[in-house]
Write a protein that binds this ligand. Sequence first.
Ligand code: 9RB
Ligand code: ZN
Length: 366
Amino acid sequence: MATGFVFHELYMWHNTWNWAQVFAPSLTVQPGEHAENPETKRRFRNLLEVSGLLDQLVTIKARYASEDEIARVHTREHIARIKAMSAENGGDASSLTPFGKGSFEIAQLAAGGTMAACDAVIEGRVKNAYALVRPPGHHATADVGMGFCLFGNVAVAIAHARATHGLGRIATVDWDVHHGNGTQSIFYADPTTLTISLHQDNLFPDASGSLAERGEGAGEGYNINIPLPPGSGDGAYLAAFEQVVLPALRRFKPDLIIVPSGFDASGVDPLGRMMVTSEGYRAMTGLLMQAASELCGGRLVMSHEGGYSPMYVPYCGLAVMEEMTGIRTAVEDPWKPHMAKWGQQALQPHQQQAIAAAARLIEAIA
Ligand code: 9RB
Ligand code: ZN
């Protein structure tokens, strides 16, 4: 069976305006594009085409999530606020989350594209799927957008999978370099959704993503944060998978695994200070496929989040898609020899300490 792929040109038309204006309104920074702009996403899709892999994928048509579908995880007030600003000239979902006219509908299409990817996987039309959507979603909470996110694409898709396909347990493994605070908060009291986030400690949002955030009420134990020190590379990430993510998934036994997939933990990302290489993303994908095949018939869906290196995101994305399809293209990651020279990829003691602390949390999963 093939791998599904969701993309829509309208994702690229979500306008995030000029970042300098929101970042340094006193105009001490030269005006320029917002960090979250179409370029890395377009280049990822285009490398899939040039490598030939796109021809091997099954195109899944994106659809618009309805307001009722979004309201499964967001407040009506939040939806109405974004909709009203979008109908005028755009607005700001919070500081640094500006959007232009029509972004409400594009955000509906991003959530709906992630839902469509889940439908295709759950219905068995594809073995797994990647939704290359914009705007991203993992920072949006029930009642506010933030960190470039308007609606929680993955959260909306989880609620959809549960409501329409009757799935019981759903797990998310968020490897974006920033804390997946939105997904965490939406399912904080829900023991049927296991939310796991690997992220650079103390990066974004402020005071968010610590080990102490474990869920609440019936959901206590079903949120696991793995805050890693800056400089963590493939060794640390793979150790975190072996020691925390995979054992947690095996205890939880999900019916579906969804990955909020950002490539901003890469060794050359402008917004993160981690060291992951395309081979690291390939290996993490392989481990999740293994877990999915062991636990839930291989059902694995990814929904795009951050990643801001125009030169590197495409190679990380291609590596993930090669692993998901089982097809190797002729394209080589040109950064590989350079990043190899930097060293520092092996697991280091202070990284292992952080991982061991997170590993203690999995025993709460029943
Ligand atoms: C700054 C602020 C941000 C906000 C979000 C991101 C990345 C999001 C992402 C990066 C920097 C605020 C610098 C607020 O990729 N998520 O996956 N910056 N936030 N105020 N100021 C001065
Ligand atoms: Zn991010």
